[in-house]
Design a protein around this ligand. Structure first.
Ligand code: GCB
Length: 624
């Protein structure tokens, strides 16, 4: 167990920020303030020796949070069983508890947990022991929302944030406890509170549990903790960070397939090295040509292979340039939910591929991953099949405590965990710091702090946020309604993005959308990060009738005309690819606790609006 030091925080990339890697969890979710526990997160997980701890776990539900509130005696679920000495009464024992498959959300796994929000304890046994010359980490890809981890009854980690990974170094523990069977217990608490991220109100289902894979990862004692590569002109810059006792002044070498030249350099006293390659003759990555190269990083004790794409993303005035050429973002927004009548939070590689393939079929070159970090394999798949991505943290709507230092630290931590995980993915072209946040000084300061972190961690990508179109409504000009984008946050963004729902929320019908025009007051690219309408698949009728596919298609037709005419508009990511579960969608006939703004139904049936957008994208692609 390691306590977070300032050095760890610096090493992990935010110079001077002093952000704890693993934060205390909000009062709502935990009774006592836990000690922060941290470990270096081994980056580039798929390139590592690792054993999945997925499969059957036991679980115990604690709906009244008795163990969290009074963590003693009879409800110490981190023990294997509790037996009262005097009476011999067994209060619980893991070996007779219910079973659940991990990864997965409990809402899908058990019908009676469909809307459960609260703590659940999970347990499984792992076979492990000391491994000479190696360090071992327990690595959690995601636990929603707050996690506490115990090994053989001892607490070893806490983490808050339902969508980013965390790891704990268990080398020393295994050295003490020895080889054999160890009991691993995880408490997942899916409740949100006034200071959590997201806060108490959000438009998606709060899928709880160990929602992504758990791994036992092995690395050499001194290992390559992080590799960050990016294009600078015709050079590939590669930053390498070693971790371990022999990190300083160690030789690091790098090779790239297709290049033939290897280069090597020594790390500095902090275990850091930067290497450069001339990649003039190599192909550039793009959605049309998703060429990947193998980057091999080696040290005396470690070797890591990363598949990377070479591409440059930047802005010039009101344009976005991909590899120096203006690009139009033919996008769609998407939640992380698998196809199927039930939907699930756990999206396997195959399911992610199916979702991205549908976006490709729509004619997209861009996907907005809303509203939180999606699984790591999504960006890797997008690298491979050729899609640009927008990646976002769930600073969402107004119920975020913009004045709270705790909430700010949490948002910074989430952003850092996301950026560190994905900053070598060519597909990721934009980081989004927020969605539809209310304008206030506190909000703007909060987000500017997050933005400054992102610029320090990754100067090679664009920064955006989905602004609320209610930013400002300009006056009526020549019978036109001009909506001006003036949110002060725009000053700190590279790409100004707006969500607008003309024709759905508000007074106008789709037929009146043409009366509206949008103007960006910033000399920067503008994109429409959302628009849309609810439609129940198969419900057909007059186009004026809400909830029909016809209404949705009409709204798309009319909105696309306005989008096409908006000056400086670099693209769009309408809301959204597939219908998704949302408990705040109450219409009994049309919604039934689903948000129906998908272009395809939960089972993947295409609605009429799919074809309208597909046609627009065909036209845009052929005129590019
Ligand atoms: C929005 C939100 C999105 C919602 C959508 C809707 O503006 O960003 O999360 O799901 O509207 O359907 O109302």
């Amino acid at each position: 167990m390691k306590t977070l030091t300032r050095r760890n925080a610096l090493k992990s990339g935010i110079a001077g920020a002093g952000v704890a890697a693993i934060l205390p969890v909000a009062g709502q979710a935990f009774a006592q303030e836990p000690d922060p526990i941290a470990a270096s997160l081994p980056g580039n997980l798929p390139g590592r020796e690792r054993r999945a701890l997925d499969g059957t776990w036991r679980y115990i539900l604690d709906p009244f949070d008795v163990a969290g509130r009074k963590p003693t005696g009879r409800r110490s679920f981190w023990q294997n069983r509790i037996e009262t000495a005097e009476t011999g009464l067994i209060e619980y024992e893991w070996s007779s508890s219910d079973q659940m498959t991990i990864p997965g959300d409990w809402n899908t796994a058990e019908p009676e947990l469909h809307y459960y929000e609260g703590p659940v304890y999970f347990q499984r046994e792992i076979n492990a022991g000391p491994r000479p010359g190696l360090r071992q980490f327990l690595y959690f890809e995601a636990v929603n929302y707050a996690a506490t981890v115990w090994l053989d009854g001892a607490e070893i980690a806490r983490h808050e944030g339902g969508f980013t990974p965390f790891a704990v170094d268990i080398t020393d523990i295994l050295a003490r406890t020895g080889a054999g069977t160890h009991s691993l217990v995880v408490r997942a608490d899916s409740r949100h509170g006034p200071e959590t991220v997201p806060g108490l109100d959000f438009d998606w289902k709060n899928w709880g549990g160990i929602t992504r894979s758990v791994w036992l990862v092995e690395v050499p004692v001194t290992f390559i903790q992080d590799v960050y590569s990016r294009l600078e002109g015709d050079h590939l810059l590669v930053d390498v960070q070693l971790d371990g006792p022999s990190s300083a002044n160690a030789e690091v070498s790098i090779a790239l397939t297709g290049d033939g030249n290897a280069s090597s350099v020594s790390t500095d006293g902090e275990g850091r090295a930067q290497l450069q390659f001339d990649v003039t003759g190599l192909q550039r990555w793009s959605p049309d040509n998703p060429q990947l190269y193998e980057l091999t990083v080696s040290t005396a004790s470690d070797r890591l292979v990363e598949r990377i794409g070479l591409r440059k993303i930047e802005t010039r005035g009101r344009e976005v340039l991909l590899n120096g050429e203006p690009v139009y973002l033919r996008g769609i927004s998407m939640h992380e939910e698998a196809f199927g009548p039930e939907a699930t939070r756990e999206v396997s590689q195959a399911e992610a591929r199916a979702l991205l393939a549908e976006a490709k079929a729509l004619g997209c070159n861009f996907v907005r991953l809303a509203h939180y970090p999606h699984a790591e394999h999504v960006a890797r798949l997008a690298d491979e099949i050729g899609l640009m991505l927008w990646a976002e943290i769930p600073v969402y709507w107004e119920e975020i405590a913009y004045d709270s230092p705790r909430t700010l630290a949490l948002a910074r931590q989430m952003m850092r965990e996301l950026v560190m995980r994905d900053r070598s993915r060519a597909s990721v072209v934009m980081w989004s710091v927020a969605n539809e946040t209310p304008q206030s000084d506190a909000r703007t300061r909060f987000l500017e702090t997050v933005i400054a972190d992102v610029r320090a961690l990754d100067p090679s990508r664009l920064i955006t946020a989905a602004l609320n179109k209610n930013v400002d409504v300009g006056g009526v000009r020549d019978g036109e309604k001009v909506i001006e984008v003036r949110d002060p946050l725009g000053a700190s963004l590279d790409v100004v993005a707006i969500n607008q729902y003309e024709g759905w929320y508000g007074e106008r019908t789709p037929g009146e959308i043409a009366q509206v025009s949008f103007r960006n007051t910033y000399d920067k690219p503008l994109m429409f990060s959302e628009f849309g309408a609810g439609a129940l698949y198969g419900h057909r009728g007059a186009r004026e009738e809400r909830w029909t596919e016809d209404y949705q298609a009409w709204l798309y037709e009319e909105t696309l005309k306005v989008v096409a005419e908006t000056p400086g508009c670099v693209g769009l990511a309408p809301w959204l690819l597939k219908d998704f579960r949302s408990p705040r969608r109450w219409h009994g006939r049309f919604q039934n606790l689903w948000n129906r703004k998908g272009l395809v139904s939960p089972e993947g049936h295409r609605k009429q609006a799919f074809f309208v957008l597909q046609e627009y994208y065909r036209m845009k692609a052929s005129s590019a």
